[in-house]
Write a protein that binds this ligand. Structure first.
Ligand SMILES: *[C@@H]1O[C@H](CO)[C@@H](O)[C@H](O)[C@H]1NC(C)=O
Ligand SMILES: *[C@@H]1O[C@H](CO)[C@@H](O)[C@H](O)[C@H]1NC(C)=O
Ligand SMILES: *[C@@H]1O[C@H](CO)[C@@H](O)[C@H](O)[C@H]1NC(C)=O
Ligand SMILES: *[C@@H]1O[C@H](CO)[C@@H](O)[C@H](O)[C@H]1NC(C)=O
Length: 321
């Protein structure tokens, strides 16, 4: 009788313990879940986190299989999260992936980080849809453009060293990729090659109200090294690796195109013209069908004009020049 009573009591104690553990376990589980929601937010929204694994995956780094079908030319377009319309226009006009003969041309977009979770979610969606977003772990500001460009170069070295050429350009540009490829093939120089709109002897702007103002502390010399305008320049892929290499010894400079010029000067790589007449325009070249067939870049195109230009050029394909 006493034994049975004791067993019943044990059973009761056992059940109580089980209940307590069960409850504890549930609380723990809920906490883990909460913890992971925060995790995701941290991973996507904190531009200052620097842990090694995070910088590998943070924020959005498109991984392409370059070995299997190597592009001939990769276009890297600097944009901000606000310019989704421009990205869409580029995707449907000059940045549309295409094959010229057996030469593949692909386009990717370079972006900085946004601390706004909603915006980041939208970017994740965009990236899932198009697989062409390369995002960096830095604030998306004009004076961080150098970081953006260097990120693109680093990405090429890591993910697409099989391409032959790389072009860096902006989201308000028109790029005639067909003509560019034609000229690159004709030029037939696949190493130590850098071309674009050459600026052989630009000087630092000392006017404090200018967007390009540079103090003497930032740059004490009277003249910049030769560089190509950031509106559009092209280099053979070996140059990407070399720039990445040398950039560890070239101090940061906020003007992206000048910075690349500094790296090239240190590498003793000379800038070259792609053609005997100008083909890279930093300004908006007045439109004519024949003129636009024989240029590589023209500047100042809002999204709706990119569509217009594409349609106009298509309609006039039969026209002789
Ligand atoms: C984040 O961005 C969204 C969409 O642009 C905007 O509606 C919202 O106010 C922003 N939130 C913050 C905290 O800035
Ligand atoms: C560039 O990005 C870094 C990292 O997010 C940030 O600390 C810095 O303030 C930014 N620089 C400029 C000039 O916006
Ligand atoms: C391209 O250059 C290589 C060596 O620099 C040469 O062997 C080849 O014949 C050239 N091809 C054309 C089409 O000019
Ligand atoms: C990069 O630098 C390392 C060490 O300085 C050197 O061994 C390597 O050849 C360089 N690579 C390129 C592509 O310049």
């Amino acid at each position: 009788m006493f034994l049975i009573f004791q067993m019943l009591q044990l059973k009761w104690i056992f059940s109580t313990l089980l209940l307590i553990f069960g409850f504890g376990f549930c609380v723990l589980l809920l906490n883990i879940q909460n913890f992971c929601t925060t995790c995701r937010m941290i991973v996507y929204s904190s531009p200052t986190s620097t842990s090694a694994t995070e910088s590998e995956t943070f924020p959005l780094r498109t991984k392409i299989q370059c070995e299997r079908n190597p592009p001939f030319l990769v276009l890297l377009v600097t944009t901000t999260y606000k310019q989704k319309e421009a990205r869409n226009a580029i995707r449907q006009t000059w940045g549309k992936e295409r094959q010229i003969g057996d030469l593949l041309i692909s386009t990717y977009f370079l972006l900085g980080a946004s601390a706004n979770v909603t915006i980041q979610e939208e970017l994740i969606e965009e990236s899932d849809t198009y697989n062409d977003i390369i995002q960096g772990d830095f604030r998306d500001t004009y004076y961080n453009l150098t970081l953006k460009t260097m990120m693109g170069i680093e990405w090429i070295c890591a993910h697409c060293p099989q391409t032959k050429f790389v072009m860096k350009t902006d989201s308000d540009m028109f790029v005639n990729t067909g003509y560019l490829v034609e000229l690159l093939v004709k030029k037939n120089q696949t190493t130590n090659f850098v071309t674009g709109s050459l600026r052989p002897d630009d000087v630092p702007i000392r006017n404090i109200h200018s967007k390009w103002y540079i103090s003497e502390t930032e740059y004490p010399l009277d003249q910049y090294p030769p560089f190509c305008s950031g509106t559009g320049y092209v280099f053979s892929v070996d140059v990407a690796q070399k720039i990445q290499n040398v950039s560890t010894t070239v101090p940061f400079f906020k003007l992206e195109d000048v910075y690349v010029g500094m790296c090239l000067e240190k590498l003793k790589i000379n800038l070259q013209d792609l053609h005997s007449r100008p083909t890279f325009f930093e300004y908006k070249k007045p439109f004519t069908v024949c003129g636009y067939r024989k240029l590589v870049t023209s500047h100042g195109f809002p999204p709706h004009e990119m569509y217009l230009l594409r349609d106009t050029l298509r309609r006039s394909e039969a026209e002789r020049c």
